[in-house]
Design a protein around this ligand. Sequence first.
Ligand SMILES: *Cc1c(COP(=O)(O)O)cnc(C)c1O
Length: 231
Amino acid sequence: MSIKENIIKVTEIKNQAAERAGRSGDDVLLCAVTKTHGGDMINEAIDAGITDIGENKVQEIMDKFDSVKPVRWHMIGHLQTNKVKYIIDKVSMIHSVDSMRLAEEIDRRAGQHGITMDILIQVNSANEESKFGITTEETESLLMEILEKCENIRVRGLMCIAPKADDPNDIAKYFREVKELYDRFAEIKDDKLDFKYLSMGMSHDFEVAIAEGSNFIRVGTAIFGARNYNI
Ligand SMILES: *Cc1c(COP(=O)(O)O)cnc(C)c1O
């Protein structure tokens, strides 16, 4: 199947999952995760209607930026503080903020460019040690500290990566916890705290994520096929 056919299929499944959850398909944004794929494939996806793409490495964003048609770029991977400067003027949103150090650097660089950067806080509600992200308990204190100290950041929501689990019920439970946390903060409206995105769900679990309230899914393999990391 072509990239275009895959996008049509994923969009259909996404829309049906949203409707089953009592929402409109348009309420769930499909972000195509383009890591390891070149500009030609990305442009094919954009031609097929993709408006948002996700990358997890700073280097890949820099390498591809000029060869890709206008689109919103999302930084979805772990971000080192010393690399913020390379992407601050390229991405629309940073999904992976999990420390005050990183938030302060994003704030500083955004200020230099005269922009406000939208960010998500990466939550790790299963507290798996191998993954990035912070615990649900830490999320509130990080949020409050960002609001207090960062002028040029707007917190737009939460992001999570579900742990690997064989039982879909375990994944659903995980997503549900993050959604509950999201709902708590979504009630607060502030210039710098304006929740709109709950970024959860990948190729293998986005239907479950949508059922549990996701409105932003990050899908790579189901659109582009398996990745080859050796190129
Ligand atoms: C690679 C990646 C995805 C997409 O994963 P697929 O299984 O290929 O859909 C989503 N989110 C993050 C953070 C990723 O790194």
